[in-house]
Design a protein around this ligand. Structure first.
Ligand code: SF4
Length: 432
């Protein structure tokens, strides 16, 4: 699992409508959290908590996480040290930032649901005490199905303040789950969903993967139909990526792994969009689909350029024009916190980086890129600089412009990397 959506880099998706962020984020996704307070002012930030532990290592995964094996996390000195240090990192940032407003908290990893609910409760209590946690803040947690098999644990997470669950399903086919090295099976998914609903979870996302070994289009659409029968508020659908150094990548390099051919993968992507839309889950980002009011406000914050504070080994922060990434090495991370300098390698986000990032991230979303933002960021006019280029994309059916925004069409999604690369070249030629 990942805090920020990772997908096949060549696939970007945009449906035919262009909703505003406000329309995507109507309230209703999350219940109130603790003390009711006025809405957060504009300097709000998002908080991401990286939990770098997993039960075992999935065969496609290149994320930063340590496999703990079958032992209880409570028995792990590394977990104990992590918990203590994470709270210290929170204290450190509170001292620097004061009571800065927090709009959302996201527990990602790794497998946050590997840690018992008192961890999430302690972190949320500390955030609530130090910062200004907005009324109705979205509190998301990534969870693996096998860690939600006990109803008591599910009740505990919700009681701790988690109000949105992103369940790492990936597939409902036991043979594929085994091939991927996932620690759960289909029956675990069904049981976890039952527990979550019975416990009162009203904002449930299912994370799925397509383009899996031996999978065809009908199999993928069948997976989606089965997932839809669980009535999730949100679905994330990521294409399998063969990351360097993973067991699946080595199998592929050795000729022992057959992936669906490109044409089949394109159909999985495009027909998936249509199927989900027909069931009321509209795509709002390349890999993300939601019922009205249930988009991930936290992830939309990333894609719309919000400030975020990342805590934990390997977590990235972007705050007040600076960016840094905590070291992935737990011992060094602890030493950095002890020394009060987790951001010692922070870099300034230059106007060039900011412009490129805003273009790239906005073009991942269905709302697309707001052309006026180009002027704000560059002091230039998008139409004068790129109008003919954009109209060429429109004539080719790859993009559309409406309401002062440029967004890619479903066909444009399939070549989006090339589109973005082309745009970056144009920026370079303009000296931006
Ligand atoms: S659960 Fe699997 S995919 Fe997710 S972070 Fe852990 S090892 Fe990686």
């Amino acid at each position: 699992m990942a805090g920020i959506a990772i997908t096949r880099s060549r696939i970007y998706a945009v449906p035919s409508f262009l909703p505003s962020r406000e329309a995507l984020c109507r309230p209703g996704a999350s219940g109130p959290y603790r003390s009711p307070r006025p809405a957060a002012p504009r300097s709000a930030m998002l908080v991401y908590i990286h939990v770098p532990f997993c039960r075992s290592r999935c065969r496609y995964c290149a994320f930063h996480s340590l496999p703990l094996g079958p032992a209880s996390p409570d028995a792990s000195p590394q977990v104990a040290a992590y918990r203590t240090c994470l709270l210290r990192e929170l204290d450190l940032w509170a001292a620097r930032l004061g009571r800065r407003p927090v709009e959302s908290v996201f527990f990602g990893g790794g497998t946050p649901s590997l840690l018992p609910p008192d961890f999430q409760g302690a972190v949320l209590e500390r955030i609530d005490r130090h910062f200004h946690l907005a009324a109705g803040a979205e509190i998301s947690m990534e969870a693996n199905p096998e860690s939600l098999l006990a109803r008591r644990a599910v009740d505990g997470y919700l009681a701790a303040g988690v109000n949105r669950i992103s369940l790492g399903v990936q597939s409902l086919d036991d043979a594929l789950l085994s091939r991927l090295g996932r620690p759960h099976r289909r029956a675990d998914v069904l049981r976890a969903v039952d527990h979550l609903r019975a416990a009162g979870c009203r904002n449930l996302g299912l994370d799925l993967m397509w383009g899996l070994p031996g999978q065809d289009v009908a199999h993928w659409l069948g997976t989606l139909e089965e997932a839809l029968r669980l009535e999730p508020e949100h679905i994330s659908a990521y294409g399998l990526t063969l990351e360097s150094g993973t067991p699946l990548e080595r199998e592929h390099a050795a000729g022992r792994l057959a992936l669906p051919e490109e044409g089949a993968q394109e159909r999985m992507f495009l027909e998936g969009i249509r199927l989900l839309a027909a069931h009321g889950l509209e795509q709002y980002e390349i890999s993300n689909y939601a019922r009205p009011g249930f988009c991930s406000r936290h992830n939309l914050g990333y894609w719309t350029g919000a400030d975020y504070l990342g805590l934990g080994p390997a977590a990235t922060s972007t705050l007040d024009g600076r960016r840094w990434t905590d070291t992935p090495d737990q011992m060094r991370w602890q030493a950095d916190i002890d020394a009060g300098r987790p951001d010692h390698d922070a870099e300034a986000i230059t106007p060039h980086i900011r412009l490129e990032e805003r273009l790239m991230l906005a073009l991942r979303t269905c709302a697309g890129f707001e052309l006026a933002e180009y002027t704000t960021l560059s002091g230039r006019d998008f139409e004068a600089d790129h109008g003919r280029w954009a109209r060429g994309l429109e004539r080719a059916g790859l993009a559309r412009t409406a309401g002062g925004r440029l967004a890619l069409t479903p066909r444009g999604l399939l070549v989006s990397n090339a589109v973005v690369a082309d745009l970056f070249e144009r920026l370079d030629e303009l000296g931006l």
